[in-house]
Design a protein around this ligand. Structure first.
Ligand SMILES: *Cc1c(COP(=O)(O)O)cnc(C)c1O
Length: 215
């Protein structure tokens, strides 16, 4: 299954109207699919395994922006720090410290989003709403903590999904008053991005809709 150009162009138009950014989630997909997307103008790609991201990064054009959307282990930060553009799933102060440390070593700045647990399932990672407001955002000089990320429950109950996204948007806007650097609310995937956009998302992470189902 290759990159679906017609869907991509429709989606780009739909998102442009709302000024929402698109991360093309290319995990498990072969390099030629990513190159097709790149040729159509897509520069932002999301991966959730460090090794896979590094392999693809070494083969793709240098101006590709790599988003790490998976659960990042502290012992992998060092490998990913030189290439990553935005880390979506930061879910502990320990991880923030390590990201800051590795960024400082490289004399660079790393963009991060704090992941908030909004779903009903217990398996999803993230800070609770209370925890995230207590994060010491200004104590990481080599990080730009520029917003929040969340995943809704895996359910067909649209009202539930809407409720979860709405609560994250509310929190995002509250935190934005205190932290003007907040400019990204990453929420919405292939199955729920329309709800996410209606509830205030500024960045969607879309995979299967563009590249076909994953095995
Ligand atoms: C896989 C993944 C996506 C994309 O999922 P699709 O349903 O294929 O659009 C988005 N966000 C995260 C965190 C993911 O792991």
């Amino acid at each position: 299954m290759a990159f679906i150009t017609t869907r991509y162009n429709e989606l780009k138009l739909e998102l442009a109207e709302k000024q929402v950014d698109l991360v093309a989630v290319s995990k498990t997909k072969p390099l030629e699919d990513l190159l097709e997307a790149y040729e159509e103008g897509q520069k932002d790609f999301g991966e959730n395994y460090v090794q896979e991201l590094l392999e693809k990064a070494s083969a793709m054009p240098a101006d590709t922006r790599w988003h790490f959307i998976g659960h990042l282990q502290t012992n992998k930060v060092k490998q990913i720090a030189p290439v990553v553009y935005l880390v979506h799933g930061v879910d502990s102060e320990k991880l923030l410290s390590e990201l800051n440390k590795q960024a400082a070593k490289l004399n660079k700045n790393i963009n991060c989003l704090l992941q908030v647990h909004i779903a009903e399932e217990e398996t999803k990672f993230g800070f609770s709403m209370e925890e995230v407001t207590a994060v010491n955002i200004s104590s990481y000089p080599n990080l730009t903590i520029c917003g929040l990320m969340g995943m809704a429950s895996f359910t067909n109950d649209k009202e539930q999904v809407q409720k979860e996204f709405r609560s994250l948007d509310k929190l995002y806007k509250e935190m934005q008053r205190k932290y003007p650097a907040f400019k990204t609310l990453s929420m919405g995937m292939s199955g729920d991005y329309k709800i996410a956009v209606a509830e205030g998302s500024t960045m969607v992470r879309i995979g299967s809709m563009l590249f076909g189902e994953r095995k």
